[in-house]
Design a protein around this ligand. Structure first.
Ligand code: CA
Ligand code: CA
Length: 206
């Protein structure tokens, strides 16, 4: 069974009047496995069909998992899925160096699953709506969500030897799309809610 993953990071530093501005683009994809669930955090067995209790013969493991140490966001992949798998993402961003110490950066990340059937939007009790392998029509969505992350940092982007004090504060908000709708709830309350986080970190070296 072929598994594959791809990640690209591009950065372009402007000059002249816009000195200090960097345009960034990150994108990537990881192959999926059409068995229900994303199969992350070591929960691969259901992707092979173990414990499914049905007659379907599934002995394949198709979802490629990125190293969980590769971070492109704060919430969707880092916390909700656990790592990048079974999906593709595109994440444009911009960074600005006020001076050698103070940096601001922000990214907007769109993510989409490879298979409807891997998403919570197909977790109805029978899965009959997302079951057909050919075409996977019916209910269920692949659009996972849009996440906005921003960070302000001091002393972290340049010359790591130079500063005794370094700090950063970062925040993220994710707007989940149809892939996270819950089909087991009443029809008017199936939509997912947004999630957010604010995190701070400080370093003192001596
Ligand atoms: Ca499988
Ligand atoms: Ca899956």
């Amino acid at each position: 069974m072929l598994m594959w993953g791809l990640a690209i990071e591009l950065a372009y530093r402007l000059e002249g009047d816009y000195d200090g501005v960097q345009i960034q683009l990150r994108g990537g994809a990881a192959s999926g496995d059409s068995a229900p669930g994303f199969g992350t955090n070591g929960q691969n067995d259901p992707q092979r069909g173990f414990f499914r209790g049905d007659a379907e013969d599934d002995r394949t493991l198709g979802n490629f998992q990125f190293s969980p140490n590769y971070h492109i966001d704060l919430l969707m992949y880092r916390q909700i899925l656990g790592t990048i798998t079974e999906s593709w993402y595109l994440s444009p961003g911009v960074a600005y160096d006020f001076d050698d110490n103070i940096n601001l950066n922000a990214h907007v990340t769109y993510s989409q699953a490879m298979f409807k059937r891997s998403t919570p939007s197909c977790s109805d009790e029978t899965q009959v709506n997302c079951r057909t392998e050919a075409g996977q029509t019916g209910f269920g969505k692949t659009e996972m969500g849009l996440e906005i992350d921003a960070e302000a940092s001091y002393g972290l982007t340049h010359d790591l030897d130079g500063n005794a004090f370094r700090a950063a504060i970062q925040g993220g908000i994710v707007f989940p799309f149809g892939a996270f709708a819950n089909p087991n709830r009443p029809e008017d309350s199936q939509g997912p809610n947004f999630a957010w986080t604010i995190q701070a970190r400080m370093y003192v070296t001596f």
